[in-house]
Design a binder for this molecule. Structure first.
Ligand code: FAD
Length: 319
């Protein structure tokens, strides 16, 4: 299959449409997910990202009044979904690969499976703390930061696997994406520190960046300018999330630590129901998308959160 950087090169300045999907809740089938992607294929996304969801620690009340503590994964299936998407739609699937919940050896096995499947792109992330914990804790013999995982993938691309120092191994050929936060990652003390750690991910082998969602294009433009001034010349793909409910006005800034421009806040606040909010979200994303395309963004990457009807309306206007 084809690397993201190669897709961008081949597009030759024409903006690319892409999406991120999340695996269904355990027990649901894949039909809805694939059905939601289907109408978006009209806009020829060359790649589709599939998120990864680590384990959660939950307490289950039992009939006898006791509490049973269990570890479960609510949305397993990332690799299988990647495979299904690739076969059904003939596009590249990009699995998200996390530090959280993985030891180095498990990561190596995971990457070997992806390689066998013909997956050439990975988005490398640290992951959030396992629920309900507030701080991230690496698994034993795992990683604390995405840059370390980037290094492992880059090593495999050089034929350097774990524990095989003296054996010639077949190099993988992954194109490595990493996350960045135009409005700063919430744990970082300040923008400079966050930026230095982003540079570390790039120095260790990242090939492209995907940003956290933002609603104020000025934040993305400032971030791109800063990257270019620091000689970060890899593609910076903006992540866009069309607002779809009134509640998101409250939830998204809290969850993702981002700024909502007053015009957007006022427009959503004036909505009487979610259908109206969804329409405002569509119009806002179209306006954001137009400006980003005019400024030369290589890809518009939409967080669909499992539904695609609003993204379809936006893509119709933009692509
Ligand atoms: P890192 O780059 O490791 O950074 C994490 C924090 O540590 C930052 O504050 C950084 O400044 C700091 N830091 C980095 N290196 C060092 C160092 N050496 N020493 C000290 N501090 C350091 N989460 C999921 O669970 N599944 C997904 O599929 C998923 N997909 C995502 C897709 C995108 C595009 C984005 C933007 C986020 C996604 N996330 C996902 C969320 C992501 O896992 C969280 O935002 C997580 O908190 C940080 O991940 P990171 O890869 O940016 O971490």
């Amino acid at each position: 299959m084809t690397k993201i950087t190669e897709h961008i090169r081949r597009a030759n300045g024409k903006p690319i449409f892409s999406i991120e999907v999340i695996p269904p809740i355990k027990g649901d089938n894949l039909k809805n997910l694939l059905g939601n992607i289907e109408p978006l294929m009209e806009f020829r996304p060359p790649f589709i990202d599939v998120t990864y969801h680590r384990e959660e620690y939950i307490e289950q009340p039992q009939a006898d009044g006791t509490i049973r503590k269990i570890v479960t994964r609510k949305r397993p299936g990332t690799v299988g979904i990647c495979s299904a998407i690739m076969h059904r739609f003939d596009v590249d699937a990009v699995p998200h690969v996390l530090c959280g919940g993985f030891s180095r050896d498990e990561t190596e096995d995971f990457l070997i499976d992806l390689n066998y499947l013909g997956i050439d792109n990975v988005l490398v992330l640290r992951g959030d703390p396992a629920k309900p914990f507030k701080t991230f804790k690496a698994k034993e013999n795992g990683y604390s930061y995405a840059s370390e995982l980037v290094e492992q993938v880059a090593n495999m691309n050089r034929g350097q696997y774990l524990h095989e120092e003296d054996t010639a191994m077949t190099p993988t050929d992954f194109c490595i994406g990493v996350a960045a936060y135009p409005e700063k990652h919430f744990e970082a003390e300040n923008h400079d520190i966050d930026f230095d750690f982003l540079k570390q991910k790039i120095a260790r082998g990242a090939d492209y960046i995907v940003t956290q969602m933002f609603f104020d294009n000025a934040r993305y433009f400032d971030f791109v300018k800063r990257c270019r001034e620091h000689d970060i010349n890899i593609p910076i793909i903006p992540g866009l999330k069309p607002i779809s409910t009134r509640k998101q006005l409250d939830i998204l800034p809290r969850l993702f630590h981002l700024h909502m421009p007053d015009d957007l806040v006022n427009a959503i606040a004036a909505c009487e129901n979610d259908a109206q909010a969804r329409q405002v979200g569509i119009e806002w994303s179209i306006q954001q998308g137009r400006e980003l395309i005019a400024a030369g963004a290589p890809v518009l990457h939409f967080y669909t959160m499992g539904k695609g009807d609003n993204v379809q309306k936006i893509a119709k206007e933009l692509f």
